[in-house]
Design a protein around this ligand. Structure first.
Ligand code: HSE
Length: 446
């Protein structure tokens, strides 16, 4: 790097949406404090986006703005490239192109990294440039930096938390207002929380993308998000929130990753994303709206908790700019090469056996939608009992469902997932049962 460059670092942004606008705002409004920490200014010099018309309500003076992303990557005054295009193909191409040009990349694209991370990180490793992605998980919460640095002395035992702001907002609002799912989702989209394709949020896919990255970083485990058993929040109804509260819980979409270290069996990884009942008094139960919270347990440190805005313009921009600052510092020092982006050196990231969902045990909330006929409850409880699934509570809400259909709510004792599945296969085949039973797992905490 030349002496000339050391006087400032030039940043180029590809993808000028909500988060991109936030990045420009933070770089402008916090320029002084950033320079006080860095010793030189970070300047946005160029932006590329196919839409050059929409007014983003940010000051673009001194910034080139056109639709030429490859031109931006090639510009000599662009030292670091930010990719905020989202999606898979185009974003992947731009990132690989920047790496090939020897330019470090900052991205928030968890979907891309969860699918093509191996290719991108190995290209970056070979080229000796950094790829940073703090904004990909937990919005503004510095969770990846904590795993990679603050907790790097530990064997990580578990990572568990609320990883999606949109669904947490929807769950909080549905519980509070009893409004329909679609109405609340629309509001979350308007607030700028949701992915371009909101099915990624509501079906748990975005949380699975994030959990895949966390799992790799926590346990040195190479895995694809498609291997994570994932359920979303679409099937939840107001009655579920009401009953959850009666039983002493709130419903949250949790991502859970645990490392099972068994004598003689090595390490096995448990991962899952699903709606979960958490005790009313627990910390996770009190994480509302678009906030995220992640609990990480390490063998030396014990439990640690990270809480903050998991989505939205400025919190996500905060994480993007933090990555820029870290990379700019590296460049200033002469760029000794990238640190391990997934916390483990590439050859220590290995495929580890997964714990099958069927092996897990826990308590379950069940909502069975059945005909309001004599004898139905006996058939349901009989099927559960035959598979060894014990019942802790039963609530039958007459008049709460459609005419002639009633929700039967059951809280089980601790039971095995495979036994529950076998029992529900029988329950759902009963002629009196109108739709597949809703299952919500219960996480009691320690
Ligand atoms: N759609 C994501 C969320 C954005 O709602 O959490 C932040 O990753």
């Amino acid at each position: 790097m030349t002496e000339e460059k050391r006087r400032s670092i030039g940043v180029g942004l590809i993808g000028f949406g909500t988060i991109g606008a936030g990045v420009v705002k933070v770089l402008t409004s916090n320029a002084t404090v950033i320079e006080q920490r860095l010793g030189f200014p970070l300047r946005m010099v160029a932006i590329a986006d196919l839409d050059t018309e929409t007014d983003r309500h940010v000051d673009l003076s001194g910034i080139r703005f056109d639709s030429d992303a490859e031109g931006l990557i090639a510009s000599p005054d662009v030292d670091i490239v930010i990719e905020l295009v989202g999606g898979y193909d185009v974003a992947r191409r731009f990132i690989l192109s920047a790496i090939a040009a020897g330019k470090p990349v900052v991205t928030a694209n968890k979907a891309l990294l969860a699918l093509h991370g191996k290719e991108i990180f190995s290209a970056a490793g070979e080229a000796g440039v950094d790829v940073a992605f703090e904004a990909a998980v937990g919005g503004g919460i510095p969770i990846l930096r904590s795993l990679r640095e603050g907790l790097s002395a530990n064997h990580i035992e578990s990572v568990l938390g609320i990883l999606n702001g949109t669904t947490n907002y929807v769950l909080t609002e549905m519980e509070r207002t009893q409004e329909d799912f679609e109405v609340v989702l629309k509001r979350a989209q308007e607030l700028g929380y949701a992915e371009a394709d909101p099915t990624f949020d509501v079906d748990g896919i975005d949380a699975a993308h994030k959990l895949a990255l966390l799992t790799s970083m926590a346990f040195g485990a190479e895995l694809s998000f498609e291997q994570i058993p994932t359920e979303g929040i679409r099937r939840l109804m107001p009655i579920d929130f009401e009953l959850a509260r009666e039983f002493g819980y709130r419903i949250k979409l949790l991502g859970v990753a645990k490392c099972h270290r068994e004598e003689g069996a090595g390490e096995r990884i448990e991962t899952r994303v699903h709606p979960t009942m958490v005790p009313l008094g627990s910390m996770l139960a009190n994480v509302d709206a678009a906030m995220n919270a992640i609990e990480v347990r390490g063998d030396a440190v014990g439990p640690t908790l990270y809480y903050g805005a998991g989505a939205g313009e400025m919190p996500t921009a905060s994480a993007v700019v933090a990555d820029l600052i870290e990379i700019a510092r590296e460049l200033q020092r002469g760029g000794a090469g990238p640190v391990a982006p997934l916390s483990y050196l590439a050859h220590h990231l290995v495929v580890k056996p997964l714990v099958a969902q069927d092996e897990l045990n826990g308590r379950f909330y069940l909502r069975i939608t059945a005909a309001d006929e004599p004898g139905v409850l006996a058939k349901v409880t009989g099927a559960l009992g035959a598979e060894g699934v014990g019942i802790a509570s039963v609530v039958q809400k007459s008049g709460a469902g459609e005419a002639a259909r009633i929700p039967i709510i059951i809280l089980t004792h601790r039971a095995n997932e495979a036994s529950l599945s076998a029992a529900l296969a029988q329950v759902d085949q009963l002629s009196d049962v109108a739709e597949p039973t809703l299952v919500v797992r219960i996480e009691e905490g320690d």
